[in-house]
Write a protein that binds this ligand. Structure first.
Ligand SMILES: *[C@@H]1O[C@H](CO)[C@@H](O)[C@H](O)[C@H]1NC(C)=O
Ligand SMILES: *[C@@H]1O[C@H](CO)[C@@H](O)[C@H](O)[C@H]1NC(C)=O
Length: 280
């Protein structure tokens, strides 16, 4: 076979790899990074912002890792997401060192995102991490409970193209939505008796992404109060998957069947992880 034929085949394979996203990795791949796990600071709009970085054990500079933002709730902070009995909403244990986890701190223990400053913050630290560490650009995620769900929603509005999926646990539209018309995979769960952010706020977010993803309309049944049930609806015909779970419970991040906060024993970490890892 001729040399040019070989170049043609190699070139075609290279293009395939690029278009399949096989080689969609960040600038930090192959670099020996000076970034280490722990608390970092970054200045945005003259304000010093803090964030916690968790690099996987036995970090391999050429392996493209998942990237996961864990965003805290109102009155919570990065330490609460990074610590406790279920770090990163239980995903850190399930990830088995396949993901770089990042817990940023909001301002005043929330995510008001005034003038988009929290989006700027998240994009700035993501760039710093990706310039230094090896991230799979097709495997970026964000999740959070309550205000952290609202901020993940805001990221899905402004940065849908950068993220593979987001998970909103009992969220609302508290952090604004710049853009908000692009398709993206969304996992949502919400308690039918949520007394802080009523379930209708979750339904509104869901319906926006049903539209953005071109899904077929479908009735999403919700369990009765006191039934100790949860009902999951997966929509059909969507560009990217949309999954909605209504559960018998109040404003709880990681509920058990009775709607009580159960941390690692909740069904939530497993369901979110299954949703995030369906993409490979
Ligand atoms: C590091 O990751 C690369 C790419 O995924 C892989 O080929 C290699 O075997 C890994 N090295 C080790 C020591 O695991
Ligand atoms: C975790 O990852 C290691 C190394 O890739 C692998 O050998 C092990 O089987 C994994 N454990 C689980 C529970 O998936």
């Amino acid at each position: 076979m001729s040399r040019s034929y070989h170049f043609f085949v190699l070139g075609a394979l290279f293009c395939l790899a690029v278009f399949n996203g096989v080689s969609a990795t960040t600038a930090g791949c192959g670099k020996t990074s000076s970034l280490t796990s722990g608390v970092k600071t970054t200045t945005i709009n003259g304000k010093q912002r803090r964030w916690t970085l968790r690099i996987p054990d036995n970090y391999n500079t050429t392996r493209p890792y998942r990237f996961i933002f864990g965003l805290h709730w109102l009155s919570g902070d990065m330490t609460a997401v990074d610590g406790g009995n279920a770090p990163y909403y239980g995903l850190k244990a399930l990830a088995n060192n396949s993901a770089i986890f990042v817990a940023p701190d909001g301002l005043n223990k929330g995510w008001a995102n005034s003038g988009g400053e929290d989006i700027t913050f998240l994009n700035t630290i993501r760039k710093e991490i990706e310039d230094n560490l090896c991230v799979d650009e097709k495997q970026r995620f964000s999740l959070g409970f309550s205000y952290g769900g609202a901020m993940s929603f805001s990221l899905a509005c402004s940065n849908a193209k950068d993220f593979r999926a987001i998970a909103i646990l009992s969220g609302a539209t508290l952090s604004g939505c710049a853009g908000g018309n692009d398709p993206i995979a969304v996992y949502q769960q919400h308690g039918v008796k949520d007394s802080v952010l009523p379930i209708d706020s979750g339904r509104q977010i869901r319906d926006r992404f049903i539209k953005n993803n071109g899904c077929q309309a479908k009735t999403a049944p919700e369990p009765a109060r006191g039934s100790k049930q949860r009902i999951t609806t997966v929509y059909d015909g969507c560009k990217y998957p949309i999954q909605w779970t209504a559960f018998d419970g109040d404003h709880v991040a990681m509920p058990d069947a009775a709607g009580n906060d159960a941390g690692v024993n909740s069904w939530t970490p497993g369901e979110v992880w299954k949703f995030f890892t369906q993409f490979g």
